[in-house]
Design a protein around this ligand. Sequence first.
Ligand code: NAD
Length: 305
Amino acid sequence: MKISFLGLGHMGLPMARNLAVAGHDVVGFDLSADARDAAREAGVAVAATGTDAATGAEIVFTMFQAGPQVLGAYRGTDGAPGLLDVAAPGALFVDCSTIAVDDARAAHAAASASGHRSLDAPVSGGVVGAENATLAFMVGGADDAFAAALPILDVMGARVVHCGGPGLGQAAKVCNNMILAVSQIAVAEAFVLGERLGLSHDALFDVAAHASGQCWALTTNCPVPGPVPTSPANRDFRPGFAGALMSKDLALAAKAIDRTGVDARMGMLARDIYNEFASGPGAGQDFSGVITTIRSASAQEQEQQ
Ligand code: NAD
C-alpha cells in the first residue's frame, strides 16, 4: 500500500519517518527544499512534486500549517491537477494539520466529490510526541474511513479518538486548546499574584497541584522554574508549544465562536492576550512564557499607583 505524506515540517517529518521505519511504503514531499533534504537524510523517500508523491497513493497524509494550503493542495491551483486528481481511486485522505472546522469540512466535501474517503485528524503532543510516536489524534469522518486509518494512525500515536463526523476532530482540537490557553493564563496570573502577596512559588505549587486548582498548565507546563523541572520555564521558555501556534489556534477558536454565537468571553480574552504575546518575542517562546508579559504589565500598574 502506497502512502503519500505531504508537509515534512516539524511535525510531518517525524510522523512520516515513523511510518517508513514501521515498514510502510512512504513517499513524501514538501515545498521547502530544506525540508526535502532533511527528509532524505532521515530515510524518507521524496518525490519531485506533491502530485508525483500522491500519484496512485492509497493513503494521502497532509501536515500543513493552514486550511487554504490544504484546500489548494487537494484541488490544485492555477488549473494544475491537485492531490485529489492523482491519488488511487477511492483513496483515503487524512489531513493532520490544525485548521478551521469549516475548512476541514470543505476538504471533506472536495474529497467526497472526487470519490475519495477522508478524515480530519489533528494532533496534540508536539514535536516530541511526533518523534516518539506518542501523538494524540482527534479524528473526524465516517466510520469506515476511521477504521481504515486506525492501524496507520496507531503507528504514529499513542491515543486515537474518533470524535464524530467530518470536522469534529478539528472541533475537539479547538475546544481543547481554548481550555489550555485559558488555564495557562489563569495559572500565570495566580503565580504573579502570589509573588505580590509574598507567597513562594513552591508553596503555591504544593497547594494548588493537589487542590482544586490542579490542571496540566500547572503540573506539567508550570510557568515558573523549579516545581516541575521539565517545564519550559526552566529553559528560558524554549518551546514546547510556541506562542505563535497558540495564537493561531485561538484564531480558529474565535472563528468557530463567531459562527456559533457562543458567549465565550474567556476564550476571546485568551485570544487577545495570546495575540499580544505572539506579536513580540513570545512568538517563538513556549506559550507558558505569557507569565512574563503578565508580570511586566503588573509592574507598570504598580508604578502608576
Ligand atoms: P511546519 O511549518 O514546520 O510544517 C509545515 C510544512 O508544510 C512546511 O514545511 C511547508 O513547506 C509545508 N507545505 C505547505 N504547503 C505545502 C504543499 N502544498 N505541499 C507540500 N508541503 C507544503 O509546521 P508544523 O509545526 O509541522 O505544524 C504543522 C501543523 O501541525 C500546523 O497546523 C500546526 O498548528 C499543527 N501542530 C503543530 C504542533 C507543533 O508543536 N509544531 C503541535 C500540534 C499541532
